[in-house]
Design a binder for this molecule. Structure first.
Ligand code: KIV
Ligand code: ZN
Length: 400
């Protein structure tokens, strides 16, 4: 079973840690405008996420609709290795509905959330601090009767008083929660603040060594990945994220970016995930195709340009040694190979290399002639394709 954290946080200080990847593409991602999916689409995505190697798949919010209930149930029935999670408010009906949806799962988790910040306590819940603690604890106790793996999220944790958050989490552990999640629900925090918050919780939550601390960041200020990494650096053992960063408003932290940052900067984080990184591009593309979204060309890790080089200086460097301008190997994220896109910034090395690949080895004079006509063509066209080069190489006008 790949959903178990085998190292504790205190061991984490000395040994390499295994960070759990909790994917919420099918819950927080799917609930955002433009990304809703049918049951069949969610099921297809869940199989792909399992193949990708995520530890936990948050499959949906079973009380939200009959359709979501059925999707969670279908995923729980078919996906047998990853842990399948269903979301519930801290209410008995939600929890019992989630437990019914998850009943066929080989490995199930109920994820309960309740807001803890002063804003939410006062304006949304109308609850005192003590009422929030009691409501969370009794919801967790009920969930533990139905499922042996219960996660508790303190919604808007970042805008919650740190000492009070520690009190809520201590009560949640006592009630039986195994994972405690610190969401930056509104994408408000910064990496330094997030690091401080996780470090504070590790010092002040009673029984923290028995549980996994988790982080869940939104991208309203564009810092969700940086904040997630800061939480991991401070000892968080689980990152909640979505493929392509889809999610409420500006989205959630992007799974592919967190995973590749941990892998590429292993020297800093000393943490690994169970993700088969070569599945990242195919799985992200499957999601985009299913929901009809376009992946921005310059999207980190999975965008079309992520391993494309156009400037002549960069192309020359990559041809000599790819590490000059590539910090990751394209094949490690499932991209066939880096591409040298030929355009007006390209130089002789890239053109000669591409012509050679296409089967044209020209003498110096012929090459200089092709190069001059290539540059002129680039001023008229944004991108020059292989067919254009072949025409140039045989002395034909590609635009004729
Ligand atoms: O952003 C959030 O607070 C959430 C919780 C339900 C974990 O999505
Ligand atoms: Zn969220």
């Amino acid at each position: 079973m790949n959903a178990e954290n085998t190292t504790t946080d205190s061991e984490a200080d000395v040994a390499e840690r295994r960070v759990l990847v909790f994917d919420t593409t099918l819950r927080d991602g799917e609930q955002s405008p433009g990304f809703s999916m049918s049951r069949a689409q969610k099921l297809r995505m869940a199989h792909a996420l399992e193949e990708l190697g995520v530890d936990v798949i948050e499959a949906g919010f079973p009380i939200a609709s009959d359709g979501d209930f059925e999707s969670v149930r279908a995923i729980a029935t078919e996906v047998r290795h990853a842990r399948i999670c269903g979301l519930a408010r801290a209410q008995v009906n939600d929890i019992e509905t989630a437990a019914r949806a998850l009943q066929p799962a080989a490995h199930a988790r109920i994820h309960i959330f309740l807001a803890t910040s002063p804003l939410h306590r006062e304006h949304k819940l109308g609850m005192s601090k003590q009422q929030v603690v009691d409501t969370a604890a009794s919801a967790i106790r009920r969930a533990c009767e139905l499922c042996d793996d219960v996660e508790f999220s303190a919604e808007d944790a970042i805008r919650t008083e740190p000492d009070y958050l520690a009190e809520v989490f201590s009560a949640a552990i006592q009630a039986g929660a195994r994972t405690l999640n610190t969401p930056d629900t509104v994408g408000y925090t910064t990496p330094a603040e997030m690091y401080e918050r996780i470090a504070y919780l590790r010092r002040h939550v009673r029984g923290v060594e028995q549980v996994v601390l988790s982080v869940h960041c939104h991208d309203d200020l564009g810092m969700s990945v940086a904040n997630s990494l800061a939480a991991i650096a401070a000892g968080a053992g689980q990152a909640e994220c979505t493929l392509l960063g889809i999610g409420e408003r500006a989205g959630n932290a992007s799974l592919e970016e967190i995973v590749m940052a941990l892998r590429t900067r292993h020297d800093l984080y000393r943490a690994r995930t169970g993700i088969r990184t070569e599945r990242l591009q195919p799985t992200a593309r499957l999601l985009a195709n299913l929901v009809g979204a376009t992946i921005p060309r310059n999207k980190a890790i999975v965008g079309e340009n992520a391993f494309a080089h156009e400037s002549g200086i960069h192309q020359h460097g990559v041809l000599k040694h790819r590490a000059t301008y590539e910090i990751m190997r394209p094949e490690d994220v499932g991209c066939a190979r880096s591409s040298l896109v030929l355009g007006k910034h390209s130089g002789r090395h890239a053109l000669r290399d591409r012509l050679k690949t296409l089967g044209y080895t020209l003498d110096e004079a012929a090459f200089e002639d092709v190069f001059a006509r290539f540059k002129a063509l680039c001023d008229r066209k944004k991108e020059v394709h292989d067919g254009d080069l072949e025409a140039l190489a045989v002395g034909r006008d590609p635009e004729a």
